[in-house]
Ligand binder design. Sequence first.
Ligand SMILES: Cc1cc2nc3c(=O)[nH]c(=O)nc-3n(C[C@H](O)[C@H](O)[C@H](O)COP(=O)(O)O)c2cc1C
Length: 355
Amino acid sequence: MNNLFTPLKIRGIELKNRIVLSPMQQYSSEDGFATDWHLVHLGSRAVGGAGLIISESASINPMARSTNNDIGMWKDEHIEKWKQINSFIHQQGSKTAMQLGHFGSKASRSHPNEGFNYLEQENGGWETVSSSSVAPFAGMSVPKELSIEEVNKIKNDFADAALRAVKAGFDIIELHFAHGYLVHQFLSKLINHREDTYGGSFENRIRLGLEIVEAIRQVTPKNMPLFVRISAVDYVDEENAWTIQDSIAFSKLLKLAGVDLITASAGGFSWVDKSKLSEGYQVSFAKEIKENADILTGSVGLITKPKTANEIVENSNADLVIIAREHLRNPYFATNASLELGLQTELPWQYKRAY
Ligand SMILES: Cc1cc2nc3c(=O)[nH]c(=O)nc-3n(C[C@H](O)[C@H](O)[C@H](O)COP(=O)(O)O)c2cc1C
């Protein structure tokens, strides 16, 4: 039986354990550049023992950013700092993934410290784009519908950014297709009202996601794993909403296109009542996709306790346990989990006198 500290091999890489730092935007970048903040933030969680460190969503072009302070991978100059960050994380025995994304109609917002509101063009914002001219939430600004030429440019931007991530020394690429952002805005009928080859039927709505995967597979090494984060459900009680059955069908096709692992997150077009959420509330999505699409999965969402994390792996509900906010409170989650569970892990030799 596997446990939280059983290594996992995916294509050419081996993760030393199943604990993952979930991608979390830091809004600490200028012009898309990673900084010493990213080195220390991501590096600390590697020192803390997580087997895989995933970067926050890196924008594939400047318009893809949610704020002017998001990181990006749209120019070669972005590569250098990531080489240093990846090298440090590798020295800790952890692997790295870059998450690539486009915020679509949720782009162009002020910094969270300044309200995270829609940023008008005269204040440094830009016109947002989406599958259709439909706001992601009632009351939010209405985006411009992308033309086919613009859709093609976005596919190329994803592939170019992926190639830069390879050059920067990342081990894995994760595509952000979740949380109501651009690709999710194509997947879900709640937003996608297009009448061309990217709208209407399930096959048309998943087309962009699959084409991005195909474009990336053409430029990345065969032994490099590719992950995709999806919203397993929309959390919207409407006939048009994306369902777990849609996620299973999509995951099967993603696997055929060369995707190795699905991170099963959820939501993005509705506010979720956080008081109703309980520990591991999204585990069932990872389990259903793993069992029915026959693909590796990661579970994310309110996993805070080593016991919960270990049970997810022991019960084969998911292959990876992806931890976000608990990692902000506790960068040493993995080390502490190994001590609490009595499972062996390698500690940084510099810290061994503490244990
Ligand atoms: C500050 C912050 C920034 C986030 N940024 C991203 C992101 O860049 N990409 C992403 O896929 N999810 C992002 N998320 C979502 C988390 O990765 C995770 O899915 C969510 O917080 C639920 O996990 P948790 O309960 O362990 O925090 C972010 C969450 C937080 C709290």
